[in-house]
Design a binder for this molecule. Structure first.
Ligand SMILES: *Cc1c(COP(=O)(O)O)cnc(C)c1O
Length: 411
């Protein structure tokens, strides 16, 4: 989206503000579907946790996506957004048997990632088909916080436990209709991904009633100019071919599923924040914005680098800045960035703000969470109101015994 449109939206709705471009989401969705157009049955289950606004979910449903959910609340949001239960897969980690039963009762596909729950669920509901999450012990990404398929990961059932898994399936007489892996965010190397896929195919041969194989996600998108991104087209070509030949060998046309989050929404998002103060110190120039890691935690949590541009002065001469937030602890969005000259009151735009940005926002420092706007068919639609003081007080119980007595009340 260009600077003029974004500044107009900031003027209308105020800052800080999240803006999402529906056409970019659609373009990414189509890019992925066309990369796999040689696969007869493809399912893209959007990972709701990346950006879970109801309007975004409705838009994904319109596009024809399914939904990948990790909590019973995300399942409920998906149903509310209009997804059919069959189009929702529930892929939690470390949740109770009760929560899995609750999701199953709503008719969604269950994906189980540990043997204890598998045995309990299978014994109780042998007729409900379940998917199993396999940990192939392959490290597809670079950062161990976001690589979830390696040996020490808490996710998935280890491939070394397949004999035990098969015993559970046989004894409970349950049906496994899908197998799944999610090796974590940031697939840098397609060959590593294909290698993990081979492990999944090998595992799949143990189950005769499969309907789908789910390869999870982790597609990398560029955050900065020059960043490498997953070559979707190459992955599509290689994996499709291998998948189709596996289906032939298996004797059935299976569905190939993915669960992209970041790939679909990251680049569609823009976070707009106003500069409160430009502060020169002995060593740097800080631009302090009316936001902080309460609104966008990825730089502080993951060391993520979001490109920052000054949309109020796009032609200005470039200077070096450290962009920081207003939270009362170290709260850096970017150090030593070359940005078009910043004046107080300018609007800075943080790119790649669609995935894991608003959904990770909090009220830390008793601040309001931002509003969200969807840019759809050349029009800005408010899809979440800015919070106000009532939201800060919501659910707080002002206990009688702690209230000041009338005679002690401060006047
Ligand atoms: C978070 C998550 C995803 C989405 O990952 P991205 O890197 O955002 O594409 C997919 N599957 C599962 C099980 C997840 O937990």
């Amino acid at each position: 989206m260009d600077s003029a449109i974004l500044t107009g939206i900031a003027l209308e709705f105020g800052a800080p503000l999240y803006v999402y471009d529906a056409s970019k989401i659609e373009a990414q969705y189509k890019r992925l579907t066309s990369a796999f157009n040689k696969v007869p049955h493809l399912r893209l289950n959007y990972a709701a946790k990346a950006l879970s606004n109801l309007s975004i979910l409705r838009f994904m449903n319109q596009l024809g996506a399914g939904l990948d959910t990790v909590s019973i609340q995300e399942v409920q949001l998906g149903l509310l957004a209009g997804f059919q239960p069959e189009s929702i897969i529930f892929t939690p980690n470390g949740v109770s048997l009760e929560e899995i039963e609750e999701a199953s009762a709503l008719g969604v596909q269950i994906n189980i990632d540990n043997l204890s729950i598998l045995e309990q669920f299978g014994s109780k509901f042998p007729d409900v088909p379940v998917c199993i999450r396999i940990n192939p012990h392959v490290m597809a990404g670079g950062n161990s916080n976001i690589s979830v398929g390696h040996i020490d990961s808490k996710f998935g059932i280890s491939i070394h436990q397949i004999p035990h898994l098969l015993r559970i399936v046989e004894l409970t007489n349950m049906r496994i209709n899908g197998i799944h892996m999610h090796t974590g965010s940031d697939i840098l190397d397609i060959d590593v991904f294909l290698y993990a896929s081979e492990i999944l195919f090998e595992t799949a041969k143990n189950f005769k009633d499969l309907e789908f194989i789910d390869f999870g996600s982790g597609f990398k998108v560029p955050y900065r100019p020059g960043d490498i991104e997953t070559n979707i087209e190459e992955l599509g070509k290689k994996l499709s071919k291998r998948f189709n030949s596996f289906c032939e060998e298996y004797g059935k046309e299976l569905t190939l599923a993915f669960e992209p989050g970041k790939f679909l929404v990251s680049e569609a998002g823009y976070f707009l924040a106003k500069v409160n103060v430009v502060k020169q110190t002995t060593s740097t120039v800080f631009a302090g914005v009316d936001s902080g890691f309460n609104h966008l935690i990825r730089p502080m949590l993951y060391g993520a680098s979001h490109e920052i541009v000054n949309i109020s002065n796009p032609e200005g001469r470039e200077r070096y800045y450290s962009v920081v937030g207003y939270i009362c602890e170290t709260d850096t969005f970017g150090s030593n960035r070359r940005i078009n000259e910043i004046s107080e009151g300018d609007i800075l735009c943080f790119k790649n703000a669609g995935a894991y940005c608003f959904t990770m926002a909090s009220n830390y420092n008793s601040r309001f969470r931002p509003a969200e706007v969807l840019w759809y068919q050349n029009k800005a639609h408010l899809i979440r109101k800015r919070e106000n003081f009532d939201d800060i007080l919501r659910n707080q119980v002002d206990v009688e015994v702690l209230k000041p007595k009338a005679d002690q009340a401060v006047s």
